[in-house]
Design a protein around this ligand. Structure first.
Ligand code: FES
Length: 109
C-alpha cells in the first residue's frame, strides 16, 4: 500500500478536523494552529462517534459526545471515558496534496 491523496491542503481549515475515508479506513485530518497536518483514526474508541465532528484544541481532538481528548501526535486519550488510543497515520504534503497511507500507523510514544 502506498500513500494516497486524502484531500487538498488548501481545503483544510486551521483548528478544524475533516473526515476522509481511504480504503475503508476513516481518518480525521487536522490542520493545527502551527500549520502542521495530523491524521488520526476518526472513530472514538469509547463509542461509534466521528472525532472529526469534535473540537480541535492545540494538539488534541476532543470527542463531542463525552469529552475525551485524543493527542494528535500519539492517538492516546488524555482523559476518560475513552482509554484506548486511536491510530496515528503518517502525513506527507506534496504541493497542495495531503497524502496518507491508511495501512501504515505510527508507533505511539
Ligand atoms: S463516544 Fe467519544 S468520549 Fe464517548
Amino acid at each position: 500500500m502506498t500513500a494516497q491523496r486524502a484531500c487538498a491542503l488548501s481545503d483544510l481549515v486551521q483548528d478544524e478536523a475533516r473526515r476522509v475515508e481511504l480504503d475503508g479506513v476513516a481518518i480525521a485530518v487536522v490542520l493545527d494552529s502551527n500549520g502542521e497536518v495530523h491524521a488520526i483514526g476518526d472513530t472514538c474508541t469509547h463509542g461509534d462517534i466521528s472525532l472529526a465532528d469534535g473540537f480541535v484544541d492545540g494538539e488534541t481532538l476532543e470527542c463531542w459526545a463525552h469529552g475525551s481528548a485524543f493527542s494528535l501526535r500519539t492517538g492516546k486519550p488524555l482523559n476518560l471515558p475513552a482509554y484506548e488510543p486511536v491510530p496515528v497515520f503518517a502525513v506527507t504534503i506534496d504541493g497542495d496534496d495531503v497524502l496518507i497511507d491508511p495501512a501504515v500507523t505510527l508507533e505511539a510514544n
